[in-house]
Every structure is written in C-alpha cells, then in structure tokens.
Write a protein that binds this ligand. Structure first.
Ligand code: CO8
Length: 258
C-alpha cells in the first residue's frame, strides 16, 4: 500500500513509522489511522522487522483526532461506524514491540496513541494532554482508562477534567513515560532502544510483551501464574539453551528465534 500521511523506513530490523501530516500537527484522520494500522500490521508480519518505532515531528507527535473530520458527525454516525474501535483493536493486536518517540504535542488521540504503544520515550519538549473536555466531548481511545492505570486516579482526573497539558518531566515523574531525553537526541535514543530489543530473541520479546500486557487485564495471582507458565515454556526453546550457554562461556548469545 502506498502511504500519503505516514512514512515508513526499515533498517537493521527496526521499522520507523513517522506520522507526516505537518499542516494539521499530525491530527489523526481516518486515512492516517488506516495507514498507520496497515504499516504496523505489515511490520508485524515482516521478517525484516523486530521492533517498531512510531514518531511524529519536532512540533507534534499528534495533536489528537482530526477535529475538522469529526465536527459534523452525529451520534448515529460515530456509533454505527464504531469510531476508533477498529484502530484500537488493530494496534493492540500487534505482537512486536512498539516504541512511541514523542516530541511536542501528544494530545487527545495523540496521547492515547502513544499510550497504546509499549512504552514512551519523550523529548524534553513533549506535552501530553487529554483536552477533549474543551471540545464538549471526552477521551475515546483510552484517555480515561490507560492514563488512569499509568498515572493513577487523581492525576488522570486532573488531566481529563481540566484538559491541562503535562510536561515531559511531569510525565516521567508520574510514570507515563519511561525516559525523557533532550529533543535533539530523541530519535537516536529511540532507535538505540529499538536496536537493543531487535538483538534479543523474538520469542522472549513477544512473551514479555504478552505477559506485561496481561498484568493490565487480570488479577495478580492469575498474572503471576500466566507469567510462570510462559517462563516454563521458554525452556522448550533453543534460544534458552543458547542464552544460558553464552553466559557461561562468557560470549555474546546468537539468538535464532527457535
Ligand atoms: N484536528 C484538526 N486540525 C488540527 C488539530 C486537530 N486535533 N490540531 C491542530 N490542528 C490544525 C489547526 O487547525 C491548524 O490548521 P490551520 O492552519 O489550517 O488552521 C494547524 O493544525 C496548526 O495548529 P494551530 O495553529 O492551532 O497551532 P498552535 O501551535 O497555535 O497550537 C495546539 C497547537 C495547542 C496543539 C492546538 O492546535 C490545539 O489545541 N489543537 C487541538 C488539540 C485537541 O483538542 N486535541 C484533541 C482532539 S479530540 C480527540 O483527540 C478525541 C480522541 C478520540 C480518540 C482518537 C483516536 C485516534
């Protein structure tokens, strides 16, 4: 599929997807979302990709869902098309790790897209927010759900009810982002993290992603049982033998995803 609103570059087993709608601060319209989901699915199915990075521009990761596209829609329209359910489902089905590299605005659907990724690396210029309340609506792709689990009820209520923006520093303190780096170093850091992941066994990588995500969906006891069973199953892999032998032989492991 030829993309118009994103670019995709794959190098050294990392697919870099850049949202590219600068005139609208990468506002997420249906075409951009469809292209993004398609690119994610293609990367997920490609042997040449072992980790995915999503980024935007220096000014905006994404300033939210496209307000112009949504403004005239009725309840019947959005209910019938089940607006944003498709994008949420398609993004959460991706099995390879997805890093959000965020500079500038990550607002509304932009913040929600970043939170749907596996972790967020933020530039010191990043600003996160759920300002939908200012538009007479509310978050619709996880802003009241994922954000609450990341930062707790009090801060989530604050963000969703006041519509204020959070700086990168506050976001790191609150546990929304994994690290903050100088804006100039954002892509270098994000790509280095992706490269590091790409060197691991994909069996471990995908099992860890599944297991961490399971912690959001189940009780602690069930989650720990799930984790233990997956951990046990890894002893059926060649990569477990290779990883442990390499440690004992004081050499780098050569994982083969087997
Ligand atoms: N939708 C459409 N166009 C947008 C959006 C948006 N969300 N954000 C910015 N733009 C456009 C502006 O209209 C403007 O276009 P034009 O030049 O043609 O008028 C251009 O981008 C530049 O924007 P500004 O001139 O406003 O730039 P500023 O630097 O002055 O301000 C802000 C930057 C603060 C980011 C400002 O643009 C802003 O407040 N944007 C809207 C933020 C917002 O409310 N986001 C939430 C949208 S609703 C939502 O996301 C619902 C989520 C539901 C799930 C979504 C799943 C994908």
């Amino acid at each position: 599929m030829a993309f118009e609103m994103i670019t995709v570059d794959t190098e050294d087993y990392v697919a870099l997807i850049r949202l590219n709608r600068p005139d609208a601060l990468n506002a997420l319209n249906s075409q951009l979302l469809d292209e993004l989901c398609t690119a994610l699915e293609e990367a997920d199915g490609s042997e040449k990709v072992r980790c995915i990075v999503i980024t935007g521009s220096e000014k905006a990761f994404a300033a939210g869902a496209d307000i112009k596209e949504m403004s005239e829609k009725s309840f019947v329209d959005v209910f019938t098309e089940n607006m944003f359910a498709g994008a949420n489902d398609r993004i959460t089905r991706i099995r390879k790790p997805v890093i959000a590299a965020v500079a500038g605005y990550a607002l509304g659907g932009g913040c929600e897209l970043a939170m749907a990724c596996d972790f967020i690396i933020a530039a010191d210029t990043a600003k996160f927010g759920q300002p939908e309340i200012n538009l007479g609506v509310m978050a619709g792709l996880g802003g009241t759900q994922r954000l609450t689990r990341f930062v707790g009820k009090s801060k989530s209520m604050d963000m969703n009810l006041t519509g204020r923006f959070m700086t990168a520093e506050e976001a790191e303190r609150a546990g929304l982002v994994s690290r903050v780096v100088p804006a100039k170093k954002l892509m270098e850091e994000a790509m280095a993290a992706a490269q590091k992941i790409a060197e691991k066994s994909m069996l471990s990588v995908m099992a860890i992603k599944e297991s961490v995500n399971r912690s959001y969906e189940t009780t602690l006891a069930e989650g720990i049982l799930f984790e233990r069973r997956v951990f046990h199953s890894m002893f059926a892999t060649e990569d477990q033998k290779e990883g442990m032998s390499a440690f004992m032989e004081k050499r780098q492991p050569q994982f083969r995803d087997k």
